[in-house]
Write a protein that binds this ligand. Sequence first.
Ligand SMILES: [Ca+2]
Length: 222
Amino acid sequence: MTRRTNVSMVLGIGLTVACGIAPQAWSAAQAQQTGQAQPVAPPQRAPGVVQPSLMFGFETDAQGWTIPDWAMEKPDEYFGQDVTVGNEGATEGNKALAISVVFPGGRWGGAIVQAEDYWDWSPHNYVAADITLPPDAPAGLRGKLILTVGEGWEWIEMSRSVQLKPGGTTTITADVAPGSGDWKKKNIDEEFRRDVRKMSVRVETNKAPYQGKIYIDNVRLE
Ligand SMILES: [Ca+2]
């Protein structure tokens, strides 16, 4: 929620950068008085007012989201069983994607689902998804977004994972603008968000056992 509020603020900086060096960054560099410090460029925001865009609401079906074959072939690491759509866990409309998982506990385990397409996210600065857990889910489950981008189909994970709340909804948001530090890749450029080919959600457990559902809804660009 705070991110949304911040967008107009950073937008202002982004527009200034388009005309030269941001005044804030320039004066900060001058304050160094060393003559060596370079102004740090803030992430370059999409110009104008960004209209949020719903990518996946799962109101009719799974919209192409599946467990990838490679994960099904690693039953000792990935414990997602199947993907369905139902009335539980919706944060947009009435339905959500539901992943059935059987985490054995005692060691790392993951469940991953993905969709594949060719997306140009240039008009947007953030990608977000709501993850909802039933009340009987254990504490300690974490989630992150993973993208596959560009001609080389490069797999790029978020640089952090987000703790998921049992019995509640957690929104995972990642910055996709050039200069973003939210990904395990340095020097995120404009091409990153211009050529996105897969989007995945991975939920992980370190030790907690869990047999039940994980819900995903309202996958969107902001
Ligand atoms: Ca929905």
